[in-house]
Design a binder for this molecule. Structure first.
Ligand code: G3I
Length: 343
């Protein structure tokens, strides 16, 4: 949820209220916006999200308590001792989680603590200030502040199937083994390469084997601009595949979040120039094929999106006879290559 759009755009707010059963703030609960000065919190945006979700009977998800991005100016570059940083972390989590105790059902406690390649933890201010146990501490503080909230570790795997997701599961399994109160693992799924259903199924299985919940937390499928019908169809296949995998394991995959539901408000074009149209509703909030694919994944009685027909070949004027459009599906159009975004 974009809180500015929620406030200013009635059509955006109406779709949000009517079409979803959970809400997440895209930015309003991050450290910088919610805790802009050492002794001052600003709950304006976060309250709006929670109140809108409650008014609409929606589950509210919290994102995110500990991240290396969107830190407030007072923390960015600060020279803190371990004790000082732990005190700040404890105060922040106790205040934010405590304020919404019983009202925010799931928290992304720590976001993107792993590097894209190599071993160990990502080099972040939290790691430098506190050391590797900052993750365990964050989960402990969150659990103390709301013992009923489900606590997730959230990260992304650029290939959405590969070596990094193994490290994500190794990290959460080790935390579990240490007795850390962790209840789920979130995979973001900013998709740039075709989704491998078998690999996604294997991830969900791994979460189930660990007794953890599995969440698809930030689904979008960025397309090269301008889009074509073939690309929009490819996008629908990717989103439908992800939601179908989740729906197939309802006891484990309990959360499916779109990172923006309309192309009117999406982080993709400004972060990855040349890409966009990443969400299932267009800028006017009209459904794209991906929207239909999501509906079909939730309810098989809903028709699946239809692949676009081949373009009608332009025949030279000397050739007589009617032109019959092909009924073959359009050829697969590869999605763009690996993202420039690296967390
Ligand atoms: O709100 C301020 C505004 O006051 C200021 O004038 C303006 C000037 O730049 O910035 C505004 O903040 C921007 C904020 O989005 C709200 O629009 C930040 O600059 C901008 O960096 C921020 O981007 C967000 C990004 O996280 C931060 O890295 C994106 O909207 C948000 O979609 C994105 O979300 C992340 C997830 O949290 C974690 N996973 C990856 C995902 C995509 O990067």
């Amino acid at each position: 949820m974009n809180t500015t759009a929620l406030r200013d755009e009635a059509d955006y707010a109406a779709v949000l209220a009517n079409q979803f059963d959970a809400v997440v703030a895209e930015n309003a609960m991050k450290f910088g916006p919610i805790h802009p000065e050492p002794d001052r919190y600003d709950f304006t945006g976060a309250d709006a999200v929670v109140e809108a979700g409650e008014a609409n009977g929606q589950v509210v998800r919290g994102h995110t308590l500990v991240w290396h991005q969107q830190l407030p100016a007072w923390l960015e570059g600060a020279d803190l001792s371990r004790e000082e940083a732990i005190a700040i972390l404890r105060d922040h989590i106790a205040t934010v989680v405590g304020r919404y105790r019983g009202r925010i059902a799931q928290w992304d406690v720590v976001n993107e603590a792993l590097p894209d390649s190599g071993s160990g933890l990502r080099d972040t201010p939290w790691l430098r200030w506190i050391g590797p146990d900052y993750l365990d501490l964050a989960f402990q503080f969150a659990h103390e502040a709301d013992p009923d909230a489900l606590l997730f570790y959230n990260d992304y795997d650029p290939a959405n199937t590969g070596e990094k997701s193994d490290r994500i599961f190794d990290l959460v399994a080790a935390m579990q083994a240490r007795g850390v109160p962790i209840h789920g693992v979130g995979l973001q799924f900013h998709v740039y390469v075709p989704v491998d259903r078998a690999a996604v199924d294997a991830q969900i299985q791994r979460a189930r084997d660990l007794g953890l919940r599995y969440a698809m937390t930030e689904v979008d499928v960025a397309l090269p601009l301008p889009v074509t019908d073939a690309l929009l169809h490819q996008q629908s296949v990717q989103m439908g595949t992800l939601l179908a995998a989740c729906v197939a394991e309802p006891a484990t995959c309990t959360t499916f979040v779109l990172w923006g539901f309309t192309d009117r408000h999406s982080w993709i074009p400004s972060f990855l120039p040349g890409l966009g149209a990443a969400t299932p509703l267009d800028e006017r909030l009209a459904p794209k094929p991906a929207w239909q694919a999501l509906r079909h994944a939730l309810d098989p009685d809903e028709p699946a999106p239809v692949a676009p027909l081949d373009e009608v070949p332009t025949l030279p004027p000397s050739v007589p006879g009617p032109v019959t459009p092909s009924t073959e599906p359009a050829p697969a159009v590869p999605l763009p290559g690996a993202p420039a975004y690296t967390g």
